[in-house]
Design a protein around this ligand. Structure first.
Ligand SMILES: [Cu+2]
Length: 175
C-alpha cells in the first residue's frame, strides 16, 4: 500500500513537472514585451522615434525596422538602431493623419529570427469610439504570471484530490 501511495505521489509530481516544462518551453522564444507607441495607439502627431522591446537580448545582426503608411510607403528615417533588447528607428515628421504600421525583424540570442509588427494612428479618433487610453506603466508580464500561478495551483489541487481519492480507496478493505 505504501509503495502504491509513493507511486501516486510521484506520478502527480511528474504531472506538475511536465506542466511547468511545457509552459517554460512555450515561453522560451523571444517575444515583444512592449512597443512605443503602444500597439493601436491614437496620437495627435507623429512620434520622433518608434521602438519595440523584446524579452531577450538580440543579436547585433540581421535587424531591420520600417514604418509604413497606408500606401506601404516607408516613412522612417535612417537605419534601425539596436540597444540591448530594444530596436528603434526615426520617423519622418510631420506625417499626415492615417494609420501606420511598424514592422521589425530581429534575431534573438538563440539565433531565431523574430518578426514583430504593430500599428499606430495619427489624427483625432472617430467620434463614435472613445480614445484608446493605455497605462504605459502597466506590466505586460503580470497577467501571464498570474495565469501560470493559477495553472500550477490548479494542477497541485487536482493532484492532491486524486491522491486523496486513491488513498481512500486503498484504505478500504478488499472484499
Ligand atoms: Cu528561439
Amino acid at each position: 500500500m505504501r509503495i502504491l501511495a509513493i507511486r501516486i505521489v510521484g506520478g502527480a509530481l511528474a504531472v506538475v513537472a511536465m506542466t511547468l516544462l511545457a509552459l517554460g518551453g512555450a515561453s522560451a522564444h523571444t517575444q515583444v514585451l512592449s512597443t512605443s507607441p503602444d500597439d493601436g495607439a491614437h496620437l495627435l502627431s507623429a512620434p520622433e522615434v518608434v521602438s519595440a522591446t523584446f524579452d531577450q537580448t538580440l543579436l547585433p545582426a540581421g535587424n531591420a525596422m520600417v514604418v509604413l503608411d497606408s500606401d506601404r510607403h516607408n516613412v522612417s528615417i535612417g537605419a534601425a538602431k539596436l540597444r540591448g533588447s530594444t530596436i528603434s528607428i526615426g520617423v519622418r515628421s510631420p506625417l499626415p493623419d492615417g494609420r501606420y504600421q511598424v514592422a521589425s525583424r530581429v534575431i534573438s540570442s538563440d539565433g531565431h529570427p523574430i518578426e514583430a509588427s504593430f500599428t499606430f494612428i495619427i489624427g483625432k479618433p472617430p467620434a463614435s469610439t472613445p480614445p484608446v487610453v493605455r497605462d504605459v506603466n502597466e506590466p505586460g508580464s503580470g497577467e501571464s504570471r498570474n495565469g501560470l500561478i493559477a495553472i500550477v495551483i490548479g494542477t497541485l489541487a487536482i493532484g492532491i484530490v486524486v491522491i486523496w481519492l486513491v488513498a481512500r480507496r486503498v484504505r478500504r478493505p478488499v472484499g
